[in-house]
Structures are given as C-alpha cells and as structure tokens.
Ligand binder design. Structure first.
Ligand SMILES: NC(=O)c1ccc[n+]([C@@H]2O[C@H](COP(=O)([O-])OP(=O)(O)OC[C@H]3O[C@@H](n4cnc5c(N)ncnc54)[C@H](OP(=O)(O)O)[C@@H]3O)[C@@H](O)[C@H]2O)c1
Length: 247
C-alpha cells in the first residue's frame, strides 16, 4: 500500500460535522496528520467529542454560502480557543471540500403539487454544492504550497454520459458544475503545482440518502484517501474504488 500523503500534513475539511466529511477527519486524525481544521455550519456531537479526544483536530463554524465571512474568518489572527479556533491556519497542504446537499429528487417538470417550481431548489443546491465549494477554495488557496492537493466532492450523478434518468436534477446539475469548477481550477493552479481532484465517494450510507447506500463511510473514506495519495494527475475524475468515471 502506498504511504499516505497525509501523515504530518496540515489539512482543512469543509463539511465535517457528519457523514463522509466527519469520517475523513476521523481517519486523517488517526493517520497522523499534523493538524486538521474541520469546518461546518453546525457542531455535531461526533465532531465535538473528536476535538476533545485528540490533539490534531480543531473545529470552526462557517456556512459555505457566506463567501465574505469565510474569507475574513480564515485570515483572522490566531485564537487560543481550541473549540472556536477562528480557523487560523498558516499552511494548508490539502483542502477537502465535502459540503453538499441533495435537494429534491423530483424531475424538473413532472413534479408533485407541493413542489410546483424547481427554481428555488436548483438555486439552493447550486449555492451550497458549487458556490460553497468555490468559496472554501477561495478562502484557503493562498495558503497552499507547491505540491498541495484540493479535492472537490463530486458524484457519479455529475456524469453527462451516464445521465439516463430524470431524478435529482438539481443535484446532477450542481455536481456537473462542481466538475467544471475543478477542471478550470486544475488549469489555473497548474503553475503553482497544486493538484485538483474530482472525487466520487461511491453510494455511501449517510443521512443524505437516509442510510440507503452500498458502503459505509469507513469504506468510502479508506478508498478516497488511498486514491488521493496515489493520484498525480490534476483535473481527473476519480471514484473511491480506483475506477475512473466518464464525464
Ligand atoms: N452519500 C453518498 O452516497 C454520496 C454520493 C456521492 C456524493 N456525495 C457527496 O459527498 C458529500 C458528503 O455527503 P454525505 O453523504 O456525507 O452527506 P451528509 O451526511 O448530508 O453531510 C453533508 C455535510 O455537508 C454539510 N453542509 C451542508 N450545507 C452546508 C453549508 N451551507 N455550509 C457548511 N456545511 C454544509 C452538512 O451540514 P448540515 O447538517 O448543516 O447540512 C453535513 O455536515 C456531499 O458533497 C455529497 O454530495 C455523497
């Protein structure tokens, strides 16, 4: 097995209170990352307990939709309060952008009367998945050195080629946007030798799908960290199990 990229590194995980993001923080903490800044818009019991039980995890509150607040907050002066660390971090070797919402499963036109217009849903899902991902990158990218990695959480549902059903349209539109965001950033960050990876985590049992996934968060995250350690090519679309996925 390849030596982990993450040992001794400084990591930021955005969207870390539960699900895949929380498991990323947990496993990275065990793998001996130097420091992990976990960010979410609420502090779950799980993340609170983890912060209390290990030395290398700090937590900061932030909503990824708030671009200004993210920027101001994470460039602010050092705080001594571990729980509300104000997010001060000088160096970010790896930035994992995980926050996301699923939105309505209903098709765009053939919808129940309770959801007559999909516009609001599209806007909300786009704001968190696409703009929120960008806002996180915007806030931290200046602290990333040459050799750094950025992971954007995508989905197989981002794929244009395999889009053969009409369900979860807002989510698919947004994740396709995440993929394009990643491709553009991969080109722009090439000169700085920062790799950008689009990751599909598999169908994972989390609150997002009411626990209806094929694999556990532990299995998904083991695969994600293995693939991020291996991956050398910026702008690629990977799956947690090492299979590529069509755009
Ligand atoms: N589970 C799967 O099968 C699957 C498959 C493909 C891709 N994904 C992607 O993987 C990522 C994690 O999903 P998950 O399954 O672990 O879902 P989850 O358990 O619902 O976790 C999503 C996390 O994102 C946070 N978040 C949502 N909106 C936010 C905001 N505005 N600001 C900050 N944080 C926010 C959530 O916090 P709140 O509780 O405050 O909302 C939560 O901690 C998502 O991007 C998802 O699209 C998941």
């Amino acid at each position: 097995m390849a030596t982990s990229f993450f040992g001794g590194k400084n990591i930021v995980v955005i969207g870390s209170a539960r699900g895949i993001g929380f498991e990323l923080v947990r496993q990275l903490s065990e793998q001996g990352s130097q420091s992990i800044l976990a960010i979410d818009r609420y502090e779950s019991e799980d993340i609170s307990k983890l912060v209390d039980s290990v030395d290398n995890v700090k937590f900061a509150l932030a909503d990824v939709r708030d671009n200004e607040a993210l920027k101001v907050r994470f460039s602010s002066a050092e705080s001594t309060d571990k729980k509300n660390a104000a997010g001060h971090i000088d160096l970010v070797d790896c930035l994992l952008c995980v926050s996301g919402v699923l939105g309505s499963p209903s098709p765009l036109l053939n919808r129940p009367s309770s959801e007559p217009n999909p516009s609001e849903d599209i806007l909300n899902v786009f704001a968190i998945n696409v703009l929120g991902t960008f806002n996180g990158i915007y806030a931290f990218q200046s602290k990333m050195p040459s050799g750094g990695k950025i992971m954007l959480m995508s989905s197989t549902m981002a794929s244009l080629e395999t889009a053969t059903h009409s369900l979860n349209p807002a989510y698919s539109v947004a994740k396709a946007g995440v993929n394009m965001l990643g491709r553009k950033l991969a080109v722009e960050l090439k000169d700085r030798d920062i790799n950008v990876i689009l990751m599909s985590p598999g169908v994972v049992r989390t609150e997002m799908n009411d626990g209806q996934g094929d694999i556990s968060t532990q299995q998904s995250v083991e695969g994600i960290l293995r693939e991020l350690t291996r991956s050398g090519t910026s702008g690629t679309f990977l799956r947690y199990d090492g299979q590529g996925w069509p755009w």
